[in-house]
Design a protein around this ligand. Structure first.
Ligand code: ATP
Ligand code: MG
Length: 441
């Protein structure tokens, strides 16, 4: 017997009481059978979207064209989708025509993998498993429902999903299913980047994202999606520091970064992305800066948010910081400013640790503790670290210099902050106003 939550049971009961068929379906059933905690509960039903909408007080038409509505009950969201038997896929992305059916078996047959084509009735405890999903869960394999070539030709995202599930569950991809990926790359090429984004993010939350990326490399998917990452394959690094080539070093650093922190994992995955192009003998000059620009391109292409991009490229560009005890307090303050503020310290240090774990031998990272202590001290002293901490603002600059708003104002504030980073005592309104006048002169 599988343990299902009360609210999900209520939804199934309401649908069935009104004469419809209804089951929990897909990932939640798979995860229950694996003894994992499902993160969402999807329902499949013979009721049409308008009928579902009538049955519950709060319903949002989230994917109504595909038969999906979101039922909001007890403050939780449930995706309720009408049984579908999809018609031909036209563009490798969307079925040309979504056809509703009253047959749960047809609905299961359109699903991607055997382990995802499972439906469960929490009332009768009936488990519908038409394609050997339970057997494949035991064998730990990802296997397409039906003919893999056909299924991957219909929807190019499924190939990426196969790699994602392999990483997420620690499963192997069954051999025919794996072989079909390489043969349908042209279909995957047509997939919208927004859909790839979601799969990549899910892959990054696996225990070992490297499993998924390596499967993508072996099948040819990586060349389509992140060719820059593949470019590091076989690029050797000095043996005294490194046991991996650039590609594996990036992947291992990604695995070593904390699982719950997607931005950190992406920064780790991309931190040495431009080492191949910057390689000069045993050196990789400027690979952090060039790499940050490349990371930005990759993340833009994959539709990451501007906030994510800023955070991740900042980490990539700063990952080579080289702290020594000789740093003056001004140098520590400049460091905080350079990395974009205190909120990035923890991630940058975590990136350094992940980077270090993916090397030949872990070096002593005591210096991070020392630097952290010095940062804490500076924070405790309430020193100005950002423009916003200055005791004057843009209006003061405009009034003192009698200039309009514009880049000039920013330049003056930057110059003031530079002085204050050197000498915190200067952060006093009278002193700064005088410095603004000097600046004009
Ligand atoms: P997760 O735990 O990551 O949410 P999931 O299996 O629930 O895994 P979803 O992307 O939420 O994955 O999709 C829900 C279900 O819908 C899947 O289990 C599968 O049955 C079906 N499905 C999703 N995407 C596809 C697709 N591209 N082709 C066929 N079936 C799909
Ligand atoms: Mg799901």
């Amino acid at each position: 017997m599988l343990k299902t939550p009360k609210t999900a049971n209520k939804i199934i009961a309401a649908l069935k009481d009104n004469g419809y068929q209804a089951y929990l379906v897909g990932g939640c059933v798979r995860d229950l059978l694996l003894g994992l905690n499902p993160h969402e509960w999807d329902v499949t039903t013979s009721a049409r979207p308008d009928e579902v909408t009538k049955l519950f007080p709060k319903v949002a038409p989230t994917g109504i064209d595909y038969g999906t509505v979101t039922v909001i009950l007890d403050k939780e969201n449930f995706e309720v989708t009408t049984f579908r038997s999809d018609e031909k896929y036209v563009d490798g992305r969307h079925p040309s025509n979504v056809v509703f059916t009253n047959d749960v078996h047809k609905d299961l047959s359109r699903r991607d993998f055997t382990i995802n084509a499972l439906a469960y009735d929490p009332q009768t405890k009936e488990l519908i498993d038409d394609f050997g999903g339970q057997k494949d869960l035991k064998k730990k394999i990802i296997k397409a429902v039906g003919q893999p070539l056909e299924r991957f030709s219909e929807d190019g995202l499924r190939a990426v999903r196969a790699c994602r599930f392999a990483a997420k569950l620690g499963f192997k991809i069954e051999s025919d299913t794996l072989a079909a990926i390489a043969k349908t790359l042209a279909v995957t090429q047509k997939v919208a980047p927004e859909r790839l984004h979601d799969e990549i993010v899910k892959m990054l939350s696996a225990d070992k994202p490297s499993i998924g990326f390596e499967l993508m490399r072996q099948t040819g998917l990586l060349k389509l999606i992140v060719p820059e990452l593949e470019a590091g394959f076989g690029v050797e690094q000095p043996r005294q520091f490194h046991k991996y080539d650039v590609y594996w070093h990036n992947l291992q650093a990604c695995d070593a970064a904390a699982k719950g922190n997607i931005a950190l994992r992406l920064a780790a995955l991309l931190h040495d992305i431009e080492k191949p192009s910057c390689k000069d003998g045993n050196h990789f000059y400027n690979h952090d800066q060039v790499g940050a620009a490349t990371a930005e391109n990759i993340l833009k292409r994959l539709k990451f948010s501007n906030a994510d991009i800023k955070k991740i490229t900042g980490l990539v560009s700063q990952h080579m910081f080289n702290y020594t005890s000789e740093w003056t307090n001004a140098a520590v303050r400049r460091f905080i400013r350079r990395i974009g503020g205190l909120e990035n310290v923890a991630d940058l240090f975590a990136l350094r640790l992940a980077d270090n774990q993916a090397m030949e031998r872990e070096i002593d990272v005591q210096y991070l503790t020392e630097l952290q202590k010095r940062i804490d001290k500076i924070v405790g002293e309430a020193n100005a670290l950002h423009i916003a901490d200055l005791k004057v603002n843009g209006t003061d600059v405009m009034e003192t210099l009698n200039v309009p708003a514009g880049p000039k104002v920013g330049q003056v504030l930057d110059a003031l902050l530079e002085k204050v980073l050197d000498d915190p005592k200067l952060n006093d309104k009278t002193t700064l106003l005088k410095l603004i006048k000097d600046y004009a002169a």
